[in-house]
Design a binder for this molecule. Sequence first.
Ligand code: HEM
Length: 295
Amino acid sequence: MARSNAAPLSAAAKRRQQAAHESFLKHKGYRYFKVAAALSVLAILVYFLHDPIPRPNGGTWYGYTLGTMSALLILWLTALGIRKRRISAGRWSLKAWTSAHVYLGLSLLVLGTLHTGFQFGWNVHTLAYGVMVFVILSGLIGIYFYTVIPKKMGRNREEMTREQMVQDLNALDRQLTQLAGPLPSEITNLVSQSIQKTKVAKGVFSRLAKNPGPDATDKAVKKLRQLHPTIDGREREALSAVIDALERKQVSLARARRHVRYKTMLELWLYFHVPMTFLLIAALSAHIISVFFYW
Ligand code: HEM
């Protein structure tokens, strides 16, 4: 009977392994969801218990407190961009930070709205609020992207890195050159077209396309399959090997294209979320300056 050589995992190692596979949304038993929910409930309670009526707006102690908290929170949420580019594990790992980013970012919807006291108009204050809501809503879409796409990318890559995908394609091209070398020019031309003209992706639309349409490799496979029964003997065997290599190239290309497609989707989302964040900082600065200097 076969026996595993692997030593059984200790309880701590099992916990670490489980934590590594846990999504940022569930991080530490929804710790930051609980913090954000408590903060929001507290803000709502104080709002309704506030004396006197009418309810407070940005110009009361309550409004200033919520306004300061919201502005600091926005700056901290923005700092995720810096944090992402530094490597560190443990308590403030990127997963912990992203989890807090998502839930505290959502709580801003409550804090920011109560800060306004529901006084909206065509002014810089409402502009700052509107942009904030936009960034938060775009974040909600980002949750879908960041929970679904990385899993799909993992399944698609099958442990391969981007560099390995490129190396795999280059190796197949070298093999094709060798296999097609002794064959008639009609065949070698089709193989050269596949090597020279097949691109993983060209522009943004082709990077995002699920079915980019037949490329030079697909055309070569189609024509060579038609040619195959018309050739005899050793050449036919050699042609079979060429077709086989081209078909493996099609599989590798499909994997590389899916990888590029997923990566582009994540990048495109960031191209929206991040510039909107900068617009928010600008509108927030205008809001704060106008409140303190011109009011
Ligand atoms: C005003 C509120 C917010 C601001 C200012 C903000 C800002 C940012 C910034 C600067 C980044 C880093 C982008 C980069 O450089 O790669 C980021 C990433 C992200 N944000 Fe937000 N965000 C806000 C709210 C939210 C909310 C409410 C959610 C979810 C509901 C969210 C979800 C995300 C996600 C999923 C990422 C990507 C994390 C990663 O790359 O691993 N954001 N945000």
